[in-house]
Write a protein that binds this ligand. Sequence first.
Ligand code: FES
Length: 592
Amino acid sequence: MALVNIKIEGFPYMVDDSLTVLQACRKCGYNIPSLCSFKDGKCSVASCRVCLVRVDGVKDLVASCVYPVRDGLSIHITDPDAVIARRTSVELLLSNHNRSCQECYKNGDCELLEVAHLVMARPHFYGGSQTPSTYDKVAPSIIRDTSKCILCGRCVEACKEAHGIGILGFENRGFDTIVGPSGNRSFADSPCLQCGQCINVCPTSALMEHSQIDRLDEAMAQGKKIIVQVAPAVRAAIGEEFGLPIGTPCTGKMVAALHRLGFYRVFDTNFGADLTIMEEASELLERLTHKTGPIPMITSCSPGWINYCEYFYPELIPNLSTSKSPQAMMGAIIKSYYAQKNNIDPKDIFVVSIMPCTAKKYEVSRLQLVNDDLPNCDISITTRELARLIRRAGIDWKKLPDEEFDNDLIGDYTGAGVIFGVTGGVMEAAIRTAYHVLTGEEMEPIVLTPCRGLDGVKEATVKINGTVLNIAMASGMKNAKPLLEDIKNGTSKYHFVEIMCCPGGCINGGGQPYVKHVFLPNEEDEILDTYIEKRAKVLYHEDENRPIRRSHLNPQIKKLYDDFLGHPLSEKAEELLHTSYDANREKYPNLK
Ligand code: FES
C-alpha cells in the first residue's frame, strides 16, 4: 500500500493506492452514489452505472466503483457528460420499476428514491413495457417482489459472502432478467436460511421481511392478552431507526415505547436466554460425563443455522443441543408456568417476540415448537417492524422516559443472557454456568476473552477442574463450514461449538435497521466496518452493569426450577424446553 496524488475537480488529494475512484472520492468528501456496490464501496458487477465519472485521458466515462486510483489521476464528477449519464442510468432503472412509492414498504428507506432525487431524475422520462414480475410471499420470513428489483445484485453477493450457498442468482437474459432462487422458485421451495442478510442490503423493497403486524393488530382487536418479549440485540440497534448514532443503548426507551403500545406484559427474552444456558450447559455436561449424545455439542439458538444444518448437514443433527432457543423457551414458560400462576387460560395469551432476525419468523412456525397444541410464540416481528409500530402510534422517541422491563415472576435477567446477541456470547454465558456446575465455584475473571471479537471463527481451550474443554465459535455459514466438515469427518477436536447464522451474530441480524449503502459518508467506511462492533459494545456494556451476570444466579430462574420444573433436564423441562429437528427436510420440495 502506498499513497498516490490524485485530483478531484482540480483539487489535489493524497489517497491510498488500493482504493477505487469511488472510495477515494468518498474519503475526500465527494459522495458519488452507488446502487450495486455496497459495504466498502468496492464492487464486482458494476451493473447500475449510477457512479459514472470522467477521468482525464480515458475516452469513455468510467464506473468509479471498479476503477482503481493511480498516481496523477484526475477525476471529474461534474463533467457534463457524467452528470447526464448518471441521470440517464437512474431514469432507465425507474422506467422498469414499479413506482408505487406511496404505499411501498421501503418508503423512507429507499436508496433508489434517494439517488433519483440526487441526480434530478425527470418524472417518467422513459416509458415502455416492464419485465414480467414475481411476487413471492409464501415463505414465512421473506417476501420477494421483482417489480421493485433493479438487478443490482447486492443480495446475490451478500448471500454468497455470508453463507457460500448461492441461494440467489440472476435468472433469464436481457429484458427478462430477474433475481431470485434458482428456477424463480419461492424462497419456501428452496434451501434458503431465511436469515434476511439479502434484505439488509436490498436498495429497494424487492426483498422485505414478511411483516406480521397485521396478525398483531388482529390479536389486539380480539382482546387477547398480548405478551411481548424482546431479544437483546434489538435494544442495541432500535435507536438507529430514530436517528441516534449506531451503538446507542436504548433499553429504557424501548421498554417505555412497548408499554405505550398496549402490551399486557413486556418481558426480556434474556430470561429465556438464562434458561437456555441452564438447560444447554447441563446437557453439555451430561454428554461429557455420561456420553448421552455426540461431542461436540453444537448450539441451537440460531434458526438460520438450524435451517442450514437440516438442509446441508442432517447427519450432524444428533450433535445439535436439543435445548430450544430463548425465544421458544420464553414462550413455552409464558404459556405454562406464567399462565398457571396468574390464572390465565393459555389460549387467551398471544406471545409476540421482537427479534433482530427474520428467521425467527420461520422458527415460530415450526411444528416442533408447540406444547399442548399451542405454538410457543405466536408471531415474531423484527426491530424494523417495532420501529414502524412506534411511529404509527405517534410516539415521540426523544420524549420517552427510561423504563424497566416487567418482571413479575419471570423477566429478570443476567448479563449472561444479554451477550447472547453477539457471536461468542452464548459460549461465554454457557461456560460461566458450566464452570459453576463442575466446580461449585464462580469463574474468575468472568469475561472469557477468546469468545469476544468479530472474527468469523474463534477458538479456545478452557480448563475447568482438570476437565479440558476445546471450544469454537463461528458466525456466517461460510465460516462454519470447515468446522462442520471436521465434525462430519470425525476429525474435530472440539467439545462445544457455537454457531450463529448471521456474520457477527444477532446484532447483525436480517431484521435490524438498515444501514444505507448508497452514500457512505466520507471517512466513515468505518461506520460499516464497525457498526457490528458498536452494537456489540452496547451488549457487553449492559452485561458489565447487570447486578447478576451468571444465569444460574438469576433468582427467578432458581424459583422457576424450585416451583415448577424441578431441575435442568427434568421430565417437565424436557417436555417444555427441549425440541427435535427434521433430518429429512427437502431442499426443493413440491418439485417432484
Ligand atoms: Fe458502480 Fe453500480 S456501477 S455502483
